[in-house]
Design a protein. Structure first.
Length: 720
């Protein structure tokens, strides 16, 4: 269809104008030429003028292209290890392959081979497969099953096609990702499910769960709680063992109860060396079990040499003391000693210790108080000056004048004008504070902090040190002020922090409507303690894995940073990493530079075990530095936790998406169910395209051609 930017009636006028100009120009010629030649020249001039006037009217050619899109049905086949149990197959079994081939052969005859898209999935969706080789390509080896992600990925891949239905062939046992029922509720096409595997119970005993601490300490007992589930093995005796390097560290013999139930077994081990330690929990393998793959579970624990020691010094008893002490006790990485001032010369716990060389963190809670002994305060100041990190928390009993006299130089803030009295103030994180690791807490927005009970803020004027960072300020009666509330400072190797609001015990007892935010204060306190006790890292080469423990099918990723002697980033170094496997095999790698002194490596997947690595950075033949570390790779037994097909969830997926359950025992019914329930109709897609004829080169070429032909004939006729 042709349309114009101007009034189309102007096209008629343009034709008359072009015809009139051509007639006027060639009604007579000099010299006189034949009438037929004059008519030809007139037509050439008319055509050229008409085309020019036509294009001036802004012509646009609109076309409609109609395309028929055939209906597409996606068939998703579960290729996970769980089918080895639920359907009792292995990678060489032909029974399940025959069932799958039968399913594929019973799809509606109205669908051509190109209308059906086949996919295998486990933890991820595999590439689209050829139907002729699909059954033989199934290996049932994926160690995780993510049905929800497979459905989402198929929808994305077929987004531009006439996607009409999905056929999900699985045992329904998902163990990764979100519940597929929620995905099915909002899925754009009906999902038809075919349940593979047996829904009856199997004889089995398995390690259902292992619960222990992520961090342990040398010489300290590490508790390990094990959940053992059994089915069909009533009254049999088994041994649950905790092993390290195939050596039994702890074991307990239990009798399996009747029916399907879980028994809790408490084991313990005392780590002897620091570093990543890998423990295996195993239960006796019994004859007749459907699988022995779930009879053991591996856990990895980071063992530290010792716990950090925190010394809490309080100016007087009160709810803040109990609350703060409990926060320290809740942190398994700290060992706590406390001294609460009793009178001017003594503490409730006895005399203040003379030597505190083993203290890793000093917490001053309202200390010095109004009755503090100058000698003890001097002792505390000396501790801080020797490099012990300090966290100062103000209370209503703090002696701010005494604090200024003895501790002003070692804290990140000092009192500029000491005034009595307190006022209620809200805690308001600054933009710098929200970017600091101390306030890297879920839901730690300024709005949520404002909802917390206000703290008692001293009317003393506080001034932060020039090299300090103000992480939070105050808000009084809804008016934001610049007065510092939370201040931190890092000076050389020494770190300090000060919270200048009293009454933090209220943050441990928030009202019910704030219960979802009750983690904010414990997290802030813990993050501050961690930041204060973290060692400054001035190593020129730093190479670390992205995590301490990788899953069996998870690629091992290692990142590095390289700096010169002035701690400027180095981009052109060669960072070589040698990874030593449990059997002593050394695998060399080279990290890839990504700019600003950073390097990265994706080493792929590794077999189960504990690995060590040594890294070295070299530039122009010179060694810039070295680093070392370790990581562990654990086996995955997720696919063997459930030993029977989950038919109910497959039914829910089908019904909530508008599909139906396909009966594998009656394959003839499959075609009719799909044809009647799914709308397997072709889709006519109309695409409208517009072409601005003024931009089309053919018209310019035609105008030039017409004018050239006219000029050529005029010259041949002797006309000027």
């Amino acid at each position: 269809m042709l349309s114009f930017g101007l009034n189309p009636w102007l096209l008629v006028l343009s034709a008359f104008i072009a015809a009139g100009l051509a007639f006027w120009l060639y009604r007579t010629t000099t010299p006189e030429i034949a009438r037929s030649r004059r008519i030809l020249l007139g037509l050439l001039r008319f055509a050229a003028l008409f085309l020019i006037l036509f294009l001036l009217l802004e012509p646009v050619l609109r076309t409609i292209d109609r395309e028929e899109r055939r209906p597409v049905v996606a068939v998703l086949l579960d290729d996970s290890e769980s089918l080895r149990i639920t359907a009792a197959v292995d990678s060489s079994s032909s029974s399940l392959h025959a069932v799958i081939e039968d399913v594929l052969g019973r799809l509606p005859e109205t669908l051509s081979e190109s209308d059906i898209r086949f996919f295998r999935f486990g933890a991820n969706l595999e590439a689209e497969s050829d139907v002729r080789t699909l059954p033989d390509s199934l290996r049932f080896s994926a160690d995780r099953t993510n049905i929800s992600q497979a459905l989402e990925d198929v929808r994305e891949r077929l987004r531009e096609e006439n996607y009409r239905a999905a056929v999900l062939v699985s045992d329904g046992q998902y163990n990764t990702g979100r519940n597929p029922i929620y995905t099915a509720e909002r899925y754009p096409v009906p999902i038809f499910t075919a349940v593979l595997g047996d829904t009856t119970r199997h004889v089995d005993v398995q390690i259902r769960r292992v619960t222990t601490n992520e961090i342990a300490y040398v010489g300290t007992v590490l508790p390990v709680q094990v959940g053992v589930r059994s089915e069909g093995l009533d009254g049999q005796d088994v041994t649950v063992s905790l092993l390290r390097n195939d050596i039994v560290e702890s074991s307990e013999r239990i009798t399996l109860p009747e029916g399907e139930s879980e028994v809790t077994v408490d084991l313990a081990v005392e780590p002897e060396t620091e570093g990543l330690q890998r423990y295996t929990v195993a239960v006796t393998e019994l004859p007749g079990e459907v699988t022995h793959r779930n009879n053991q579970e591996t856990v990895t624990v980071r063992v530290l040499e010792s716990r950090r020691r925190a010394l809490l010094v309080a100016g007087r008893p009160g709810p803040d003391v109990a609350s703060t002490r409990q926060l320290l006790l809740d942190d398994p990485t700290f060992e706590v000693s406390s001294f609460v001032q009793k009178d001017a010369t003594s503490f409730y716990e006895g005399s203040f210790p003379g030597g505190v060389d083993d203290v890793d963190l000093l917490i001053l809670l309202g200390y010095p108080g109004r009755e503090a002994d100058a000698g003890v305060v001097t002792q505390v100041a000396d501790m801080i000056e020797e490099g012990i990190p300090v966290f100062y928390l103000l209370t209503t009993g703090s002696d701010i004048a005494l604090l200024n006299d003895y501790l002003a130089d070692v804290l990140p803030a000092r009192a500029d004008q000491v005034r009595g009295g307190f006022m209620e103030a809200a805690f308001v994180p600054t933009s710098a504070g929200l970017a600091h690791p101390i306030l890297n807490i879920e839901d730690a927005s300024p709005e949520n902090w404002r909802r917390f009970p206000p703290l008692a803020f001293s009317q003393t004027r506080w001034v932060a040190s020039p090299d300090a960072d103000i992480l939070a300020t105050t808000s009084v009666r809804g008016i934001d002020l610049d007065d510092p509330m939370l201040v931190v400072r890092r000076r050389s190797q020494h770190r300090s922090a000060a919270l200048l609001g009293a009454g933090t015990w209220r943050w441990r007892n928030v009202p019910e409507d704030l219960s979802q935010l009750d983690h904010l204060w414990p997290s802030l306190f813990s993050n501050t303690a961690q930041w204060l006790t973290a060692r400054a890292d001035d190593r020129p080469v730093r190479v670390v894995p992205s995590r301490d423990v990788f899953a069996g099918d998870e690629p091992v990723q290692i990142s590095g940073q390289v700096y010169d002697e002035s701690l400027n980033p180095v981009d052109d170094a060669s960072v070589e990493v040698n990874v030593t496997a449990p059997d002593g095999t050394v695998n060399p790698y080279v990290l890839n530079p990504i700019g600003n002194g950073r390097y990265t490596l994706d080493a792929g997947t590794f077999p189960e075990g504990t690995y060590r690595f040594e890294a070295e950075a070299i530039r122009e033949g010179d060694t810039l530095g070295a680093d070392a570390g370790g990581f562990a790779v654990g086996s995955l037994t997720l696919e063997f936790k459930e030993t029977r097909a989950n038919a109910p969830i497959m039914q829910q997926i089908a019904r909530r998406s508008g599909g139906d359950v396909l009966d594998l025992s009656n394959p003839d019914a499959m075609s009719s169910v799909l044809s009647s329930t799914a709308n397997l109709a072709s889709l006519i897609v109309e695409r409208e395209a517009e072409m601005d004829l003024r931009r089309h080169h053919i018209f310019l070429a035609l105008i030039v051609l017409l004018l050239t032909a006219e000029w050529f004939i005029r010259k041949r006729s002797g006309m000027v």
